[in-house]
Write a protein that binds this ligand. Structure first.
Ligand SMILES: Nc1nc2c(ncn2[C@@H]2O[C@H](COP(=O)(O)OP(=O)(O)OP(=O)(O)O)[C@@H](O)[C@H]2O)c(=O)[nH]1
Length: 320
């Protein structure tokens, strides 16, 4: 009988205790996926005791495991006798454990990195494999928060803060892209420039803050009148542009008149009283004439100027 007090045994005992209490999941399975070792981390997070799962098939005990994927990974570890590593970015988790971290409590489940190592027997053959599961929820949730913040930053830098429409830079890039698309495919496309009439009076009478409210309301009504593919943008102070892809000049005129009439009949309620405003619009369907998008823009601006000259609160369309 072995003497429990030999230095070898006490060393082994210390090691076993360490593996039992380490903050990493340790699972040893044989080549039939029967569980041989299941440490404290796994017990705590799965609710399954080592005694219960001992010698059970891993896939029977955890039917939700990605069987095909894990089998392929384990097979390659066994065949090549080398370890493999999978990060949470490739696969967020192997075992779906609830996230119990206090700081990253907003994450629903535990993100995991996984290492699969071969365990060889005395003959040098791989007889078992060891799965090591690392809880990387803190890292993953930090990274995800950063990505989320970057997305928001990206959105903010492409939109106008007052109206939420595309800002001038982004909108002009789209206009340039639409111009190139026309050159290649020749699809109908219309550019609209419009501007709030006598806006200076609104500012002078009510002040800049109320003026801003009016600009915001004009943007909201415009956005609501358009389709998903249409691209409204805030070009300058009280000047807006709309790109209407796959639209001819008659269709564009219908859309613009709808926006113009809606605005003309809308009362904007502000803290300083009710305000009405009108807009003038210039529309131009793209032809082969402009050599670049800036010339196309100039044509629309000329049409807008004609609408102002013609008495405002109207749309002027330049036909192809
Ligand atoms: N509140 C506010 N006013 C702005 C903003 N940007 C430009 N403006 C004002 O918009 C007014 C534009 O005036 P004008 O270019 O003379 O044109 P208008 O009074 O609208 O007259 P027409 O366009 O000829 O009908 C100016 O008073 C600008 O100060 C802004 O972001 N907020």
């Amino acid at each position: 009988m072995a003497d429990d007090n030999t230095p070898e045994n006490s060393g082994y005992h210390a090691l076993a205790t360490l593996l039992e209490s380490i903050e990493v999941g340790l699972v040893v399975i044989d080549l039939d996926y029967r569980v041989k070792v299941w440490n404290g981390f796994m017990e705590n997070h799965s609710g399954m005791t080592a005694n219960r799962i001992q010698n059970q098939s891993l896939f029977e005990a955890f039917p939700d495991l990605p069987k095909t994927w894990l089998t392929r990974k384990v097979q390659s570890v066994v065949t090549l006798n080398t370890r493999t590593f999978t990060s949470w970015e490739q696969r967020p988790y192997l075992f779906r454990f609830r996230n119990t971290r206090p700081v990253t409590g907003t994450e629903e489940f535990m993100f995991q990195n996984l290492t699969i190592s071969p365990l060889t027997g005395t003959g040098g053959q791989v007889e078992q494999v060891c799965l090591m599961i690392y809880d990387v929820t803190d890292v993953a949730s930090g990274r995800r928060a950063l990505e989320h913040a970057n997305e928001q930053l990206e959105r903010l830098s492409s939109t106008d803060r007052l109206t939420g429409l595309l800002n001038r830079g982004t909108w002009e890039n789209l206009l340039d892209a639409e111009f190139e698309r026309y050159r290649r495919y020749g699809h109908n496309t219309v550019l609209v420039m419009f501007d709030i009439d006598h806006f200076k009076q609104v500012n002078d009478t009510y002040g800049h803050l109320i003026g801003d409210e009016v600009i915001r309301e004009v943007a909201r009504i415009t956005r609501e009148a358009l389709r998903q593919a249409d691209r409204p943008g805030r070009y300058g102070g009280e000047e807006f542009g709309i790109i209407l892809p796959e639209t001819d000049i008659d269709g564009a005129l219908v859309i613009c008149e709808r926006i113009r009439e809606t605005l003309a009949t809308t009362v904007i309620h502000t803290d300083d009283g009710d305000i009405r405003c009108t807009v003038s619009m210039g529309l131009v369907q793209l032809t082969d004439e402009p050599e670049n998008y800036m010339q196309w823009l100039q044509q629309a601006d000329d049409a807008l100027y004609q609408a102002k000259e013609g008495g405002r609160n109207r749309s002027v369309a330049i036909r192809p």
